[in-house]
Write a protein that binds this ligand. Structure first.
Ligand code: FRU
Length: 329
């Protein structure tokens, strides 16, 4: 039989943060299980320009497939189009592009997530109250879709007022700044919806620091999206009642690699692949935390096992050379 081809997969991440780290680790794990795959990572740190350059150089380096989370809807499309036009299959994940030039799109449903958070807040407030939303990076598709879902849900609750929709950029600091710069009255906010957990935490910090909120004034509740496991993750924040709720935004690097391999090997795949997700509340946070931490430990073991196997194989290769040399050949 012919040896399996060696695939080089380029991964272009728009940002670098704990969500992306978790996903990159899963992508690596997925690649370990396919002995014929090499991954090349690039992180654009939220810069459009940098991401465009990184995609161009990944393409020039000779990748067989591109996996990309575009920083914004419009700004990265030209680079993705160039890759696609060169015949490189493209998997767009989690953030959309405004072009049709991609092979497959894989993500959870961001509109639905915003809608469910809206419904959740409405039910927690018994249909009446004052709400503030902190949006993610302007021009990135999850920010637009989460906002639309959230606004649509709240249309059914005339006694819920959205006091302000502030612009963040997905980082915690951006939410701190947005809240601090807000000129209106921040008193009597019942609920803050951060479009991710980091911004929910930033808003919380800024509101707690704001002079308008004294120790005995009414404290808002906070919810976000991402629901990551681990020390700094949203699941723990919900378990500890720092956030009232979160929503798991699935990373699933393993599934993305599977999809990539199916495309590369000419097997059937979905053009639009939907990832399932779930609400995290105080009722399920403890169990979710236990399970996800257990899984993280298993992944760490696998990682260690992999590097041991790697070292062993390298030693074995050296041994072969030594044996071969001692045979006087
Ligand atoms: C991670 C992140 C998440 C957010 C997602 C939106 O880089 O900022 O926190 O849910 O991207 O695309």
């Amino acid at each position: 039989a012919n040896p399996k081809p060696h695939y080089i997969i380029g991964v272009s991440q728009c940002s670098a943060d704990i969500w992306r780290e978790k996903q990159n680790a899963e992508l690596r794990m997925g690649a370990y299980c396919q002995e014929n795959v090499e991954l090349r990572f690039a992180a654009a740190h939220d810069s459009d320009e940098r991401q465009v350059q990184q995609i161009d150089s990944l393409v020039d380096s000779g990748i067989d497939l591109l996996i990309v989370a575009p920083n914004q809807l419009k700004t990265i499309s030209s680079a993705i189009d160039r890759a696609y036009d060169k015949g490189i299959p493209v998997i767009v994940f989690e953030r959309k592009t405004n072009s049709q030039k991609y092979t497959s799109f894989i993500s959870a449903d961001n509109y639905e997530m915003g809608r469910i958070m809206g419904e959740y807040i409405a039910s927690r407030l018994h249909g009446k109250g004052r709400v503030m939303e902190i949006m993610g990076l302007k021009g990135s598709s999850p920010a637009i879709e989460r906002h639309n879902g959230f606004a649509d849900a709240l249309k059914n609750y005339p006694d819920i007022t959205v006091v302000a929709t502030l612009q963040g950029d997905w980082t915690e600091e951006s939410a701190v700044k947005a809240v601090k710069a807000y000129p209106g009255n921040l008193d009597h906010i019942d609920f803050v919806f951060g479009q991710n957990d980091r911004m929910a935490m930033g808003a919380r910090r800024a509101l707690q620091e704001s002079q308008q909120l004294t120790a005995d004034s009414h404290q808002p509740l906070y919810c976000g999206i991402d629901g990551l496991p681990g020390e700094d993750g949203g699941i723990r924040l919900v378990r500890d009642s720092i956030l009232d709720a979160s929503y798991i935004y699935p990373t699933h690097g393993d599934k993305i690699i599977e999809l990539a391999i199916n495309i590369l090997e000419g097997k059937p795949y979905e053009k639009e692949a939907l990832l399932q997700s779930a609400l995290v509340t105080r009722d399920n946070a403890k169990v979710l935390l236990m399970q996800s931490e257990e899984m993280m430990h298993q992944a760490e073991y696998l990682d260690q096992l992999h590097s041991r196997a790697d070292t062993y194989l390298k030693e074995l290769a050296t041994q072969h050379v030594v044996n071969w040399m001692s045979m006087g050949v």
